[in-house]
Design a protein around this ligand. Structure first.
Ligand code: SD4
Length: 332
């Protein structure tokens, strides 16, 4: 196996070769129900989400979907599970703080009518996704940030919570010893959760929520609360969400691009691969630049792809409840 350094050195030629292999194949593990031909009947509902924590989140989403509930309710319920898990250090409660010790959260949600809501740089609230939904439903706006988002959340009855758990505080204090400003994207299967669903009625929705980069600059906002970057849903076409280095996702309008590529005929898998290729092309330095996309088309196909190895996706439908390893372009 090539070392991470060797892969990076391969540069453009290497990545083109890897890409052409990748384009011909969807993740082997995606079953027929996730890869129907245009004429096949879609087996609904379906929910798909990022990383291992997606399995538990999908379970909660499935409780809604399997009873005929809406994709919107499902994705909100689903990602709340991850937000409220104190052992997950990259989402909600227990998230690793910024370099000054503050846990700051980003989240967004989007429905089949292109309604959307987001909160950014929100502190002290355990379930930012539900605040994002309130922004969507109870205000004429799409995004609230910082103190304004907190004031709004409190006015809607959300309770102030200390989000910094003892273990995340300890990790931060260890980091402070060197105080080396190298904000890092969390990995090892503990990352942002992005979730996409299609309900029995055939409507799509998505949600994305994160505490962002560990030890980031106070005030830094990533891609996750930005509609079109961390998440995008177009009910005529499909939905996509992103995980990984938010700055890179924003630069290519990642999730919007994936949906747009599907609109122009690419399968979800091909669309995710093309978005990853675009990220690789636009960044000279790929060190630590992990990004993964997942996509769900209107006809129930699922795709996923990442820059580096290790990204995986949780799937739930009437036959499957499983993890799928995404194909990727580079070894670490
Ligand atoms: C961000 N995309 O804040 C999010 C975080 C993430 O891996 O996905 N971390 O940039």
């Amino acid at each position: 196996m090539k070392s991470r350094r060797q892969f990076i050195k391969l540069g453009a030629v290497g990545s083109v070769a890897l890409m052409s292999q990748a384009v011909t194949a969807a993740p082997d593990d995606l079953t027929q129900s996730q890869q129907p031909t245009k004429k096949q009947k879609v087996i609904k509902p379906i929910v798909v989400s990022t990383w291992n924590h997606g399995l538990d989140a999908n379970k909660a989403a499935w409780e809604v979907l399997s009873k005929g509930g809406t994709a919107l309710d499902a994705v909100e319920k689903g990602v709340r599970v991850t937000e409220s898990d104190p052992n997950n250090t990259s989402v909600g409660l227990g998230g690793l703080p910024d370099r000054d010790g503050n846990v700051t959260l980003d989240a967004c949600i989007m429905d089949h009518n292109s309604n959307c809501g987001a909160v950014a740089f929100l502190q002290h609230i355990e379930n930012p996704i539900s605040v994002a939904r309130k922004v969507m439903e109870d205000t004429p706006h799409v995004m609230l940030a910082g103190d304004g988002a907190l004031t709004f959340a409190l006015s809607k009855g959300f309770k102030k919570t200390n989000l910094l758990t003892e273990s995340s505080k300890e990790a931060w204090q260890n980091w402070l010893k060197s105080s080396n400003y190298q904000p890092r994207i969390n990995s090892e299967n503990h990352d942002t959760i992005g979730m996409l669903a299609i309900d029995e009625a055939g409507n799509l929705a998505g949600a994305c929520t994160t505490s962002g980069m560990a030890y980031k600059l106070h005030g830094r906002i990533g891609d996750s609360p930005i509609i079109g970057a961390g998440l995008f849903v177009d009910n005529e076409v499909g939905a996509a969400c992103a995980t990984g280095l938010g700055e890179a996702v924003i630069r290519v309008a990642g999730s919007a691009i994936v949906v747009e590529l599907m609109r122009h005929g690419k399968s979800p898998q091909e669309a995710c691969e093309e978005a990853v290729a675009r990220i690789i092309k636009k960044h000279k330095n790929l060190e630590n630049l992990q990004v993964g996309f997942i996509a769900l088309s209107k006809n129930g196909e699922v795709g996923c792809h990442s820059v580096y190895a290790g990204f995986n996706v949780a799937l739930r439908d009437q036959v499957n409840e499983k993890m799928v390893d995404a194909k990727y372009e580079k070894e670490w």
